[in-house]
Ligand binder design. Structure first.
Ligand SMILES: [Zn+2]
Length: 141
């Protein structure tokens, strides 16, 4: 799967890696919706959760919970969105299973509505904070 950005090690090096083990990886989204927007993926290339074995599902979602708890503890958002998209119609942009953990802060969607559908202006602001936040999360895991 050379074309898959999540199977390409050089591409992954561009992301702030929060956590890695033999099965899974957690890193910041390249297009963060809010500060701390993290993606959790299995290292094995599968398109969706439907293709995981039961054991892989357990390990992936144990990590999702661990990341969500840590993001919540460290960044203190008002809430979290936790989810995964399967298929273009559902908003899947990369055909490698990834679970989003999106911290939600008061007023964040108001800001997103101001900048319109494009998230890139907000993404650039968040990119400046990324390495500091990643260090805090790695330290808390
Ligand atoms: Zn892949």
């Amino acid at each position: 799967m050379k074309k898959c950005p999540f199977c390409n090690k050089n591409n992954l090096k561009k992301h702030e890696i929060i956590y890695e083990d033999i099965n899974n990886l957690a890193f910041f989204s390249s297009q963060p919706v809010t500060l701390g927007h993290t993606l959790i993926i299995p290292k094995r290339h599968v398109k969706s959760v439907l293709a995981l074995t039961d054991k892989e599902t357990d390990k992936l979602f144990e990590l999702v919970k661990k990341i969500a708890k840590t993001v919540h503890k460290v960044l203190k958002p008002a809430g979290l969105d936790i989810g995964t998209n399967y298929g273009r119609i559902a908003g899947q942009s990369v055909d490698h299973l990834h679970v989003h953990v999106i911290p939600r802060y008061k007023g964040d969607f108001t800001f997103l509505q101001i900048v319109g559908k494009s998230l890139s202006p907000y993404s650039n602001i968040l990119k400046n904070e990324e390495s500091k936040i990643a260090e805090k999360l790695r330290g808390a895991l």
